[in-house]
Design a protein around this ligand. Sequence first.
Ligand code: ADP
Ligand code: MG
Length: 355
Amino acid sequence: MVRENIIQLPEDVVNKIAAGEVIVRPMNAVKELIENSLDAGATEITVSVKNGGLDLIQIQDNGHGIELGDLPIACQRFTTSKLKTIEDLKQMHTFGFRGEALASISCVANVTIVTKTADDKCAYRAKFYEGKMIDKPVPSAGLSGTTITVENLFFNCTSRRSSFRYPKEEAQKIADILVKYAIQYPSVSFAFRRLDGGRNTNDFRSPGKGDQHETIRSLLGTKTSSGFLNFEFTDNRLKFSSNGCMAAPVAAFSSTSLKANQDKHKNFFFFINGRNVEFPRLKQTLEMVLASNDLHSSFTIVSLQIDPARVDVNVHPTKSIVHFLEEEAIMERIEQEFLKLLSGVRTCGAVDIDS
Ligand code: ADP
Ligand code: MG
């Protein structure tokens, strides 16, 4: 290859490369935006999508809003209201901290923000492109909170945009992530609407009344109607606590279990300090524990609370993977807890199941 001189890449190229890592598909944009709404203390979040999110993603929340003076830099890279010093990174209690999501989204889509704080007399609307605000914010009608509209996602990355050949699958991925957050945050009402024309029977709204079982039932339906096994424990030595529940397991040979078997890969939800992340090894462990007891369960949620200083969330641009100290020992401890939970099912055929 011919040797070329080293050059500094122009800012727009750097931003676009970074954007492609944070926003891989429509679902990543939705996850970032709902996490922003949760960080803003929202109790109602409505997500509307068109064409699997490629034509339109709109997130409306009733959170604390963005101050008018902050709007001009809201979509710039590395601008955040959540982190001030590197020390803060050790004790993050918010989802966001890098100030990269809005910047990334605005590099690959047209973004409009309408926002109103409790002190504002009216809402303000501003449009953004490539991190910059286009024109001054204009007064607009709107309730307290923030509505972010993302249009024409990946319009300037044609090969990425055309790689999404099945918009229905993208819409389903968005619905799946919303279901996870709705179950982890039962006090927040999440709604999902597909605006593709016609009535969409798969649209939903979670009750948002703070009852996790009711939320699971309302979103996952009859599969989980037979009750739940709950668990909650603290391990002082490993400095973590965990809670969650499992849909009442059924015998591995029953007809319900066949359905449960098909769903099992989909319905394992894992959260660490409130953040949904992948943890395939724990999922496998759980499946092995169930299989060794000749049982199947259609749904499990495991939520882990660990001192934020022991968790590294800054491992992957999409924050879908985290590392934490003593991962192996913590996994084993959770496995023991599952074994204990299931021993009741094995010995009596039933345990004290909460309905
Ligand atoms: P981060 O969440 O890492 O701070 P983002 O790019 O996601 O970065 O958001 C930038 C800033 O915009 C946030 O720090 C927050 O102050 C503000 N913001 C974004 N979305 C909302 C929202 N829905 N409600 C209130 N403020 C928001
Ligand atoms: Mg954010």
